[in-house]
Design a protein around this ligand. Structure first.
Ligand code: 5AD
Ligand code: FES
Length: 382
């Protein structure tokens, strides 16, 4: 019932006369930026009128670029081996309770095939930093998917590599790369990761990926242990500098086998507010309504879309591995299969007035660039 109320409220929303912080939201809407103080006020405000007006303005920007389209990304969690030890992560190297697996190229292709049959036109290959796959292995996996499904895009999400490796994957046909920066505030980054993992290298990777020509996704967890609002604002400014094509941003959720097992999870309210702010700062960015948001609230993904997000990432991983890819506790959809997840997402989006489309869903900047290149070719050929 509360869910229906929430949806109805957004649909029938008319801005009331008195909205605290309206000036800040209007300024963000017009100029895409705000001062540190103004952002802090917006994040701190617990007034529902402020949040509703923020979401209303975010939906205006979202619809200008994407109408009511929602892009699907099929997530294939192909390995849970990881050489890293991020302190918040359930599949970190030092967690001895994880049953490790990696999928073969054939298994991965089978997932993509099933996804393609159900309308997916982007496949996200995500895994821990598993060095048992050589660069050639990764390239073969990417090129097989591209050959088999030329109308689809492949996104890689396999962590920090050298620029040379990134170039090889790109040449094999991977056009997008997700690498959340996790925390742009140096002290927080240091707290959340072991010494060997540095923010400098993370950032180096993001800029390398950009310079190669990938559509790049960065992002951070919200309410990560020790994160302050100022840290979060540092993330916003970092993202403004980087200008990524995608921003993955979900609540932190504790995992029982990590030192943060007793920490509080991020809230739905903060997550939605951040999504709204990001949509106004980056009107054209691809912004997922994450599984983590769906985990802390059964209607989280719908709420995320209504706050400005435009992407959903249902799981295409085989059922038998899903329970082994637990980045955090209580992750949703681990009992479902790919077909159920796709159908469920279609219905959920339809119920809130959006439609899941069978498209690659490239970044608008990239689409414009591709159109320009096509027309230049035509002129050259004429
Ligand atoms: N809670 C929420 N998100 C997490 N991630 C990793 N561990 C957690 C957790 N405990 C996120 C990280 C990573 C992405 C794949 O999942 O931001 O980049
Ligand atoms: Fe590597 Fe989490 S620590 S995927």
């Amino acid at each position: 019932m509360r869910y229906l109320d929430f949806i109805r409220k957004q649909k029938e929303y008319v801005p009331p006369a008195d909205i605290p912080q309206k000036g800040h939201i209007d300024q963000l809407f017009e100029t895409r930026t705000l001062t540190r103080d103004a952002l802090r006020y917006l994040l701190e405000s617990e007034d529902e009128r402020t949040a509703e007006y923020l979401f209303f303005k975010a939906r205006i920007r979202q619809k200008e670029t994407f109408e009511n389209k929602i892009y699907l990304r099929g997530l294939i969690e192909f390995s849970n081996f990881c050489r890293c030890d991020c302190k918040y992560c359930g599949i970190r190297k030092s967690n001895g309770n994880v049953q490790r697996y990696h999928m073969s190229r054939e298994d991965i292709l089978r997932c993509a095939e099933l996804g393609h049959m159900h309308g997916f036109r982007t496949f996200v290959l995500q895994g821990g930093e598993d060095l048992s796959y050589s660069d050639d292995d990764i390239c073969r996996i990417v090129s097989s998917i591209r050959e088999k499904f030329p109308d689809s895009a492949v996104t890689l999400s396999i962590g920090e590599r050298t620029k040379e490796s990134y170039q090889k994957y790109f040449d094999a046909g991977a056009e997008r790369y997700l690498l959340r920066h996790e925390a742009a505030a140096p002290e927080l980054y240091r707290k959340l990761h072991p010494q060997a993992q540095t923010l400098e290298n993370r950032i180096r990777c993001l800029y390398d990926l950009k310079s190669i020509g990938y559509q790049v996704g960065a992002g951070m967890m919200l309410h990560a242990p020790g994160q302050t609002l100022d840290d979060l604002i540092t993330d916003f400014f970092f993202l403004q500098k980087l200008q990524p094509d995608m921003i993955g941003c979900g609540p932190f959720i504790p995992h029982k086998d990590t030192e943060y097992r007793n920490e509080e999870a991020g809230s739905v309210e903060l997550t939605l507010r951040v999504l709204g702010i990001l949509r106004l700062m980056f009107p054209e960015v691809l912004l997922p309504s994450t599984t983590a948001l769906g985990t802390i609230d059964p209607m989280g993904r719908e709420k995320g879309i209504l706050a400005g997000a435009n992407v959903v990432m249902p799981n295409l991983s085989p059922r038998d591995v899903r329970k082994k890819y637990m980045l955090y506790d209580n992750k949703i959809c681990t009992e479902d299969d790919a077909v159920q997840c796709a159908g469920c997402m279609n219905q959920r989006m339809k119920a809130i007035g959006y439609r899941v489309v069978e498209e690659r869903g490239d970044a608008p900047r990239k689409v414009a660039q591709m159109c320009r290149q096509k027309s230049e070719k035509r002129i050259d050929g004429a």
